[in-house]
Design a protein around this ligand. Sequence first.
Ligand code: NAD
Length: 428
Amino acid sequence: MFDLIVLGGGPGGYKAAENAAKAGLSVCLFEKRAVGGVCLNEGCIPSKALLYSAKLYDYAKGGAEKYGVTSENAILDYKAAVERKDKVVKTLVGGIEATLKSLKVTVIREEAAIEGKTSDGFKVGGQIGRNLIIATGSETIIPSIKNAETCLTNREILSLTEIPETLAVIGGGVIGLEMVSLFNSIGSKVTVYEALDKIGGPLDREISIMLQKIYEKKGVTFYLGAAVKDAAELGAEKTLLSVGRKASTKNIGLETLNVYLERGAVVTDAQMRTNVPNIYAVGDVNGKSMLAHTAYREADVAVNAILGKRDEMRYDAIPSVIYTNPEVASCGETLETAVEKGYKAVEKKISLKYSGRFVAENDGGDGICKLVVNNSDNRVMGIHILGNPASEIISAAAVAIERKMTVEQLKTVVFPHPSVGEIIAALL
Ligand code: NAD
C-alpha cells in the first residue's frame, strides 16, 4: 500500500514521484520503457545532443571562417555522434534512476493499468495507492495517409546511423523543424511538406517567415499548404512523419473509474485533479501544453494538491523553443493571438543587430526580438525571439509575463552587458 502511485516515468511522472517522496510520502512508479520518458529517451535530449554535433560540424566545414578560424577536411563521423547521443541519454537516465532510488521510490518496470478501486485506494498494476497520478504521456499521431507505416517517427529518426541523401518531412512543426535543422547541417537534401500556410505552428508569423527564409538559403525546400496524402509519392530516401502527438490514454484502465476525457486527453483542473477524487493527471496526457517543462510544473502542482498545499497551474507564461540554428523562442501572446482574444495590444520589435554581443558572435547574421504589450495596463503579454541563444534569453520573458510585470517594472531590471538578452531592455 502506497500513499501515491504514479503511472508513467517521463518528466511529469518522475518529478511527481521525486517531489512526493521528498515530502515523506511512500511512492510507487510504474514505467514500461525507461524512466525519463519520450523527452529523455527519444525526444528533447537525444535531439539536442545530435544538434550540437551538427552545429560544431557547421562551424568546422566553413562556418567558423568568418571568425578567422579555418579547419581543413572537416569530417562528421555520424555513427560516433549517435553513440555519444546514446551515452548522454544513458547518463541522464541513470541519474534519474539513482535519484528515485535514493528517495526510496519503488520503481516497477512494467506496463500497468488501473484495475479498480478498493476501500484503501486505487488498484494499479497489482499495487494499491491512496492517490494516483496519471503521467502516461503522448504518442506520435499516425494519420490516415497512404504508406504512413513506411515513415520514420521521432523515435526511429534519432537512431539512424547513416545520413539519408534525401529526407522528406511531413509536418513543419517543432519536431519537423528540429530534424530539418539536423539533417540539413549534416548533408541531407531536405524537403518539408506543411499543410498550413506557415511553418512552426503557433509561431509569430513574421518570425516563421524569417526562419523559413534562413533555411531556404541553406538549401531546404518548403511546400506550404501541402497536406500530404501519400508518403510514397514524396520519393525521398527517408520520410519523417511529424504531424503532431496525441495523449496516451488507451489501455490504462481510465474507463474502469470513468475518468473523463476530452478530445482524447484527460480533463484536469488548475490543481491537476481529474473528475475522480484523488486521481490527478500531469504532462502530455492532459493535452494542455505537451512540453516537458509544463509537465514538471504540473507535477509540482499535483503533489502540492495531494499534500494540501495551495498551488495553481497557469499556462499563460510557458516558454516554448524550437531548437533550430538559429533558435526560436516564444513566451506569451503574439500580437495576432492577443488581438484575437480581444486585448488592445501593441507590438514593438527590434533587430538583434542592436545587441553588441549578437554582432560579435553572429557575423552577417540577423534576428529579431518582439515585445507584445497590453495597451490598457502596459503589462508585458508576450516576447518572441529569433536568434541564438533565444532558448536562454526567454526565461527572462517568462518571469516578466508570469509576474504580470508592466513595461515600467521590467525597465528597472538590469540585464548583463554584453549579452544578447539585453535586447529586451532595448525594446522597453
Ligand atoms: P506539431 O503540432 O508541432 O506540428 C505538426 C505539423 O504537421 C502542423 O504544422 C500541421 O499543420 C502539420 N500537418 C498535419 N498533417 C499534415 C499532413 N498530412 N501533411 C503535411 N503537414 C501536416 O507536432 P510535432 O512537430 O509532431 O510535435 C509534437 C509535439 O512534440 C508538440 O506538442 C511539441 O510541443 C512537442 N515537441 C516539442 C519540442 C520543443 O519544445 N522544442 C520539440 C519536439 C517536440
